[in-house]
Design a protein around this ligand. Structure first.
Ligand SMILES: Nc1nc2c(ncn2[C@@H]2O[C@H](COP(=O)(O)OP(=O)(O)OP(=O)(O)O)[C@@H](O)[C@H]2O)c(=O)[nH]1
Length: 290
């Protein structure tokens, strides 16, 4: 069985940083894990671990922009459409990785997750190749700075989950930026700075009441029309409690370990593995057992 984790989420959410830490963690646990870069605009220096498969070997945004005179977003969509027309390239590249754990670093354009057919088509191809797929969707802790921004993140996560329909976890990244501020803030409104730690639980398991209050930005009474819209969103989140977040603080090894365990569980990693015969084990396995 091969496994693929799609690391997804909006621009700057920390996908590449998490991917690098994740791969290092898997390799330290002696798992055969590789990076697949799906971002045709990624800079080679952005990878902590070099990709074994790189969409840029097929097509890059720079080439599309210079040759077809597209802008960056149009260029990116063109690259994905080109990849969809050349899936045999990806299948051939994936062919050499049996029994392996593949981590796909995806680009940050939100339309890819909400309505573009690229990722659902990719998932269909991977599944047909007998690769078990799951997704980790990252949003960064700055989304907790104000409730409107936060609920836009919740809705984008929900929309991406519905669009992809695969095993899924949501991750609140960059938790090292959340301060231990003790200043009281009970209204859930906007403030400068990052959400204080004592409020975090209401965001990790989104509390729709954060949005239901009549207070808007900076304590203003919000427009009644927006209040009605907010109420509708509250009901949607209450009726479909699909989204909760695992906190990820890369400065704490236990935090990464917890996220990796959830990914393994979500993907049912190792369920089909046969017990290793002694002659299949290498010297390192015996050293670990000591
Ligand atoms: N403090 C903190 N900064 C982080 C963390 N993860 C990423 N960053 C920073 O956030 C910025 C974006 O990180 P990336 O990993 O490139 O994010 P990305 O989601 O891959 O970005 P795109 O590929 O552009 O969508 C960089 O400046 C990182 O150094 C984190 O856990 N904590």
């Amino acid at each position: 069985m091969r496994y693929a984790v799609l690391v997804t989420g909006p621009a700057g959410a920390g996908k590449s940083t998490f991917t690098g830490a994740f791969l290092n963690h898997l390799r330290m646990a002696k798992r055969t894990a590789h990076l697949v870069n799906l971002d045709p605009a990624a800079s080679p220096t952005s990878f902590e671990v070099q990709p074994v498969i790189d969409i840029k070997d097929l097509i890059s945004v720079e080439d599309v922009m210079s040759e077809l005179e597209y802008g960056p977003n149009g260029g990116l969509v063109y690259c994905f459409e080109y990849l969809l027309q050349n899936m045999d390239w990806l299948e051939e590249e994936l062919g050499g990785y049996d029994d392996d754990y593949l981590v796909f670093d995806c680009p940050g354009q939100i339309e890819l997750y909400t309505h573009h057919p690229f990722l659902p088509t990719l998932v269909q191809h991977l599944t047909r190749l007998n690769i078990r797929v799951c997704a980790a969707y990252l949003i960064e802790s700055q989304f907790m700075e104000d409730r409107y921004k936060f609920f836009s993140g919740v809705l984008s996560a929900m929309s991406a989950m519905v669009n992809l329909e695969i095993p899924w976890i949501n991750v609140m990244s960059k938790m090292d930026l959340v301060t231990a501020n003790t200043d009281s803030e009970s209204d859930g409104g906007a403030r400068n700075g990052i959400r204080q730690r004592k409020d975090v639980a209401r965001y990790l398991d989104p509390d729709p009441l954060l949005l239901a209050t009549r207070r808007g930005y900076e304590g203003d009474i919000e427009n009644p029309r927006f209040h009605a819209l907010n109420q509708a969103i509250v009901h949607l989140i209450e009726d479909h409690p699909l989204v909760s977040f695992l906190p990820l603080d890369l400065t704490k090894p236990d935090s990464l370990e917890t996220v990796v365990s959830h990914i393994d569980y979500t993907m049912q990693y190792g369920e089909d593995e046969e017990p290793k015969e002694p002659h299949d084990m290498d010297e390192g396995d015996f050293q670990d057992a000591d």
